[in-house]
Design a protein around this ligand. Structure first.
Ligand code: THU
Length: 133
């Protein structure tokens, strides 16, 4: 299995564990780090709707909990009419641990449909370098 297939499998598997009773929209995310490790996360909704957590944020939390700090590649999967794209807040969350050229793959349960870079997702971003004078 190649690296992208492994990322896809991890995202599809974790997506089945999503807690999305309010939207009915289950999302899986899987991050590969330069070490080769994969960290997965699913969305976690809440009766207090705005408190819900996106799959990307859950995967990032797992990556940080393991002591890792860099995203090599990320894949998100959902059953979406359009290719699923990360929300604005998650673009910012991902940018913190990615490079402009880092790839995000968007997938349907049948496979990856679109790949693009963090720079394309969040052009002219405010990031860690913005805080340096
Ligand atoms: N959601 C994600 O987990 N990731 C995305 O990239 C887009 C949206 C979740 C949030 C909410 O639980 C559900 O999908 C519907 O918006």
């Amino acid at each position: 299995m190649d690296a992208l297939d492994a990322l896809f499998e991890a995202a599809v598997t974790v997506r089945h564990k999503a807690y999305a009773p309010y939207s009915g929209f289950a999302v899986g995310a899987a991050i590969r780090t330069p070490s080769g490790a994969i960290f997965a996360g699913a969305n976690v909704e809440n009766a207090a709707y705005p408190v819900g957590l996106c799959a990307e944020a859950a995967a990032l939390g797992a990556m940080i909990a393991a002591g890792e700090r860099e995203i090599a590649e990320i894949l998100i999967v959902a059953e979406s009419g359009d290719a699923i794209m990360p929300c604005g807040a998650c673009r910012q969350r991902l940018f913190e641990f990615a490079r402009p050229a880092t790839k995000l793959h968007s997938a349907l349960p049948a496979g990856v449909t679109t790949s693009l870079t963090l720079a394309e997702l969040l052009p002219r971003a405010f990031g860690p370098n913005s805080l340096r004078s």
